[in-house]
Design a protein around this ligand. Structure first.
Ligand SMILES: NC(=O)c1ccc[n+]([C@@H]2O[C@H](COP(=O)([O-])OP(=O)(O)OC[C@H]3O[C@@H](n4cnc5c(N)ncnc54)[C@H](O)[C@@H]3O)[C@@H](O)[C@H]2O)c1
Ligand SMILES: [Zn+2]
Ligand SMILES: [Zn+2]
Length: 339
């Protein structure tokens, strides 16, 4: 079968290899869609810490189930997706139902080879039924589940103001599920094109440009002086995360979905006087995947609008570099594999 291997930063190579065979507790998937995410772009650029090369990237997958061991209920040819975070099942996190932050987690396409291939073997426990969704939709379940998880961590209640900082694919998912939870979403970014996408495509009523607007004044105005009771970061920018503390209402929760390498720096008296709650949000659980699928089936999220670029598997090598440039307006690039 054909695979696309990231041999070293900046370098892709198509290689021919043996197709995987079903082993104990594993299933074989025939890949149909690969969504491209920031993680893949950073791995290609060489800015993903602790990343080892060569590596086959790709973890946002839609596929056909071929065969498997311990995969009762899945039938040949069925459209599926999967949870790409493989866990040990034994550590403290796994024992407490938090496999999403397993102490020895292996993320498919990051720590082990992923889905830029015609076929992939995955643990059968990771499979998710497609429930009649299209391959495009199924490939978008994982990035949306990241957002759904962040919103669940924040425990968003109806009519709360939820400030989402960062309107990339992850932030957009957070906005969708905050709205579904009944929250009143405020979108903040420094990119007007992305803010317009939030108001035009997602129906977000309030947008703030962190670079050009007086953020504190705008938040006061929108929330009637209260400030948002939920703030969620999806920028991964250290400056944005540190600034986020001052946007919290008294009693607010602050959830960090975005990831950055440095150390946080914030005023303890300011945080203390608010009795703030700070949380991180890592990956997503099966419950989040199911929530995303149920919401898609009800038409509450229409992720097709996120797909700005579409290529065949053969085109990935040539087109991938272009997706690194924000000027190309990429939200989600989707790779399509045909028979
Ligand atoms: N929690 C998880 O498990 C998980 C999973 C996937 C991705 N992530 C992280 O989520 C973050 C977002 O991912 P993405 O793919 O949407 O990234 P992205 O780069 O496409 O989006 C980030 C957005 O933040 C905006 N931004 C940057 N600095 C800003 C600032 N100072 N103020 C306001 N907006 C600012 C950018 O303009 C951009 O639109 C990344 O840090 C990524 O590593 C976390
Ligand atoms: Zn991803
Ligand atoms: Zn574990």
């Amino acid at each position: 079968m054909k695979t696309l291997v990231c041999t070293t930063p900046g370098q892709f190579e198509y290689q021919e290899g043996d197709s995987p065979v079903a082993t104990k507790n594993h299933s074989i998937l025939k890949i149909k869609r690969i969504g491209i995410c920031g993680t893949d772009l950073h791995a290609f650029e060489g800015t993903q810490p602790f990343f080892e090369y060569p590596r086959i990237l790709g973890h946002e997958l839609a596929a056909e189930f071929v065969e498997g061991d311990n995969a009762e209920g899945f039938s040949k040819g069925e459209a599926v997706t999967f949870i790409p975070y493989f866990n040990c099942g034994e550590c403290i996190a796994c024992r407490s139902g938090k496999e999403n932050c397993c102490t020895s987690i292996k993320v498919c396409g990051v720590h082990v080879n992923g889905g830029m291939a015609e076929y992939l073997s995955v643990p059968s426990y990771s499979l998710i039924h497609g429930e009649g969704l299209s391959f495009d939709e199924l490939a978008l379940v994982e990035p949306l589940a990241i957002g759904a998880h962040g919103v669940r961590r924040a425990d968003v209640k109806p009519d709360e103001f939820v400030l989402v900082i960062g309107a990339g694919p992850i932030g957009l998912g957070i906005m969708e599920f905050a709205r579904i939870a009944g929250g009143k979403v405020i979108a903040m970014d420094i990119n007007d094109q992305r803010l317009s996408f939030c108001s035009d495509k997602l129906g977000v009523a309030h947008t703030i440009n962190a670079m050009n607007d007086d953020v504190i004044e705008r938040l006061k105005e929108i929330t009637g002086g209260d400030f948002p009771t939920v703030v969620i970061d999806a920028t991964g920018s250290l400056r944005a995360i540190n600034n986020g503390f001052q946007y919290m209402a008294h009693g607010a929760r602050y959830v960090l979905v975005g990831l950055q390498k440095g150390e946080l720096n914030f005023s303890h008296p300011e945080f203390h006087k608010r009795e703030g709650t700070l949380m991180s949000s890592r990956n997503a659980t099966r419950a989040d995947f199911e929530h995303v699928i149920a919401s898609m089936k009800k038409g509450m999220v229409n992720p097709a609008t996120y797909i700005t670029h579409r290529v065949t598997f053969e085109q990935v090598k040539d087109d991938f570099k272009g997706w690194l440039d924000p000027a190309n307006g990429v939200i989600k690039a989707m790779v399509e594999l045909n028979d």
